[in-house]
Design a protein around this ligand. Structure first.
Ligand code: TYD
Ligand code: MG
Length: 470
């Protein structure tokens, strides 16, 4: 065999370069390229096809017997919702999250729940000693669950051990960054090692039918540190996230070959571990002040579940210089669009104001349906007029100033009614006719209708002038 050739691999994105360079051309990151020995499992590029060594593979058609993916529910409803009804046998899930967010806690809780129901669950900790994992389980009141526990980082030993015994239903590897395999020549923690270890574990899952969960740490900017390559190899990627200072934790699917990716699971971290939050709307609404201007309640959807959340806006005159726009939990460019539409079609000029927008509870919203609620919070803050406390808002704003209907109007209204809201400002949709009439609808056709509703007779421009002069 030829002498293994060294390659230069970006530790951020996994791109392979022929020589060392300061900046990775693939992802643009600096100082991420490290020389690593070639790996046996490295992909064979064009021109490198091995001939004469392969075996002939049998082809099959698309039709034929295919069993419905057999699932293994964890028994934790918020987790099962995100996986799509349980872990699929033989599949591999990457669970990403910042250090300390609660990944190990969630997984030991899931492991214990499964083990208690008679499934064999193996928990391999590469970061903590067995005693530490036991201590946590003890604190969570799970010490008596029959989980097979080991502290190990050598993947070859792990796979050999797993293959020797009864095939477990679930194997948890905490974390993939600590794992190494002798199959590749590279230091532990490098992309090559992480990829090699993940490959070995994925092969184990596919050949035995055990479900495998790989824990992956995430850097500040939200990338699963180093093993971004792993994201492409696994069947599902789920993220565990939370905002500093809040006890809520949100589990979110990013990729799922066997289920939805728009569902979220909501947990609360307490002294006794992670508790499921069955009614997240109540949590994200919190206690509200009926006299506070600048807040609105958005009736949103997260996957198939309606979710009410408070949006907070603060609009303050900017003395001089470039006005500030700061957003937490929403898209900055979307805010710029709403500001432009408010100015062009609503007569609300915020060019001289600093604008701050915050989604309560540390939630992150991606739905365009939040447009109208954002606009309402902005106008409310500008005019000082609080919105009615029992009003929920949703609707997509288009650049023409028209407010478009959004999906699931009925679901949104039902959730609002359930939480005691009696009115909604929303575009008129056909579904609204059939839906729960417990909520009265203020039909909003254009952004100007909303401005009129929120400003309630106060001329927006006068308010602006007063604010600027004052
Ligand atoms: P952990 O699961 O170790 O995080 P990760 O594996 O993602 O790094 O969680 C650690 C944090 O959770 C730690 O700051 C303490 C907190 N915690 C609680 O608040 N309650 C609990 O019952 C447990 C076990 C941890
Ligand atoms: Mg951990």
């Amino acid at each position: 065999m030829a002498k293994p050739k060294a390659s230069f691999i970006c530790q951020n994105c996994g791109a392979v370069h022929g020589r060392w360079q300061g900046r990775c051309e693939a992802c643009g990151d600096w100082n991420t390229i490290v020389e690593e020995g070639s790996s046996l499992s490295a992909p064979i590029g064009p021109g490198g096809v091995r001939i004469g060594k392969g075996r002939i593979i049998a082809m099959e058609g698309l039709t034929g017997a295919s069993l419905d993916a057999p699932r293994l529910p964890a028994g934790i409803a918020e987790l099962d919702r995100v996986t799509g009804g349980g872990f699929v046998k033989g599949s591999v899930i990457l669970l990403g999250g910042e250090p300390g967010i609660g990944k190990s806690t969630l997984l030991i809780q899931a492991a214990a729940a499964l083990a208690k129901r008679g499934q064999r669950v193996v928990y391999i900790s590469g970061e903590e000693a067995v005693a530490q994992v036991r201590l946590r389980a003890d604190r969570l009141g799970l010490a008596d669950s029959p989980v097979d526990l080991a502290a190990e980082t050598h993947v070859d030993d792990i796979v050999a051990t797993l293959s020797a015994g009864k095939t477990p239903a679930l194997v948890i590897i905490d974390s993939i960054q600590t794992m190494w395999t002798s199959a590749v020549e590279a230091a532990p923690g490098t992309v090559t090692q992480v990829r090699g270890s993940a490959q070995a574990l994925i092969r184990y899952a596919k050949t035995t039918g055990a479900a495998v969960i790989l824990v992956g740490h995430v850097t500040k900017d939200g990338q699963i540190a180093g093993p971004r390559v792993v994201e492409h190899m696994v069947d599902a990627v789920i993220f565990f996230e939370g905002e500093g200072g809040h006890d809520f934790r949100i589990l979110r699917g990013l990729k799922n070959r066997f289920g939805p990716t728009d569902e979220i699971g909501v947990f609360e971290m307490r002294g006794n571990g992670l508790n499921e939050v069955a009614n997240p709307s109540a949590l994200f609404l919190g206690t509200r002040d009926p006299n506070a201007a600048g807040t609105s309640v958005f009736a949103g959807m997260e996957g198939t579940r309606p979710l009410l959340v408070e949006l907070q806006a603060l609009v303050v005159p900017n003395g001089m210089g470039t006005p500030r726009r700061a957003v937490v939990g929403w898209d900055t460019s979307r805010l710029a669009m709403i500001l432009a539409v408010l100015e062009a079609h609503g007569g609300v000029r915020l060019g001289q104001y600093d604008v701050y927008l915050n989604v309560a509870g540390g939630l992150r919203i991606a739905e365009p349906a939040a447009d109208l609620a954002v606009a309402a919070a902005l106008v409310s803050s500008l005019t000082g007029n609080p919105l009615p406390i029992d009003m929920a808002i949703f609707g997509e704003v288009s650049l023409s100033g028209a407010v478009r209907p959004v999906s699931h109007t009925g679901h949104r209204l039902k959730e609002a009614a359930k939480l005691g809201f009696t009115r909604a400002a929303a575009p008129l949709a056909q579904q609204a006719e059939e839906s729960d009439r417990a909520v009265g609808i203020h039909a909003i056709e254009r952004i100007a209708d909303l401005v009129a509703l929120v400003a309630a007779g106060k001329p927006v421009r006068t308010v602006e002038r007063v604010a600027r002069d004052g």
